[in-house]
Design a protein around this ligand. Sequence first.
Ligand SMILES: [Ca+2]
Ligand SMILES: [Ca+2]
Length: 269
Amino acid sequence: MTPLRHCLAAACVLAPLSAHAHISYTGRNFGAFSGGEAPVTIENQNASSFGWADATDADFGDSHRVRAYRFTLNTALTFSISIEGMAYSTTAGTPPVTTTHIAGLLPGFSVYSGLAHISPDKADHDGAQISLDYLATLPGPAKEGAFRSLNDWTIGNDGPEFNLTYPAASLSNFTYVGHAADGTAANFGSESGILGDGLADGKVTGTFSLPAGDYSFFVGGVDYASGVGAVAPYQTHGIKATFAPVPEPATAALGLLGASAILFRRRRA
Ligand SMILES: [Ca+2]
Ligand SMILES: [Ca+2]
């Protein structure tokens, strides 16, 4: 729906990182979890109003319009991810900040097994030649970008064709796990397979049970219509993201059972 906005290499170098960054987890790494940890919240991030919903359709979406986060599970774990849309302000010379909740962003997010290239590797982006070459092999309409909200997807980084000092480019693969979207089809559109939380209030939570591994999730707006003919600046909406390990009911019950057994034994002693 939105016009092709492949990130031209020169423009990407010149543009401010905060407004036009390739895929990065800087400031958005929740860390590693084994269960029982306190929730972790990351604020002061931003995304477009439409980046998540725009990637539910046949021409995919631009990964620059969403924000990447990462976490590591040391063991199989049940956890929740909660996203809250926030007001977002950018003042020259000061860090961007999120302010009070105004439901400005109707958030959606998708979780994937796998990570993008991280430093010292070059960052993945939709306009990298290896990404464009890969997307050109896929059926269907010409792609807006590599990002997909409801499926596995693949994107790569720049190689020597961009800068002779760079090592060979390679692809990163994201294996889709699940998603959560704020509201209903009235905001996120009619693509099949989207599970909305039924109330477009700027907040959405998803709960997942996954094996040990490295994971990414990408957050963006679910207002599909706002992406039609959208023009820069896109990243005008704030994100507050919380990762929280969920106590396993079975583990909690086992703990109670153990306590009961100890009490029982003490009474008999
Ligand atoms: Ca699209
Ligand atoms: Ca909601």
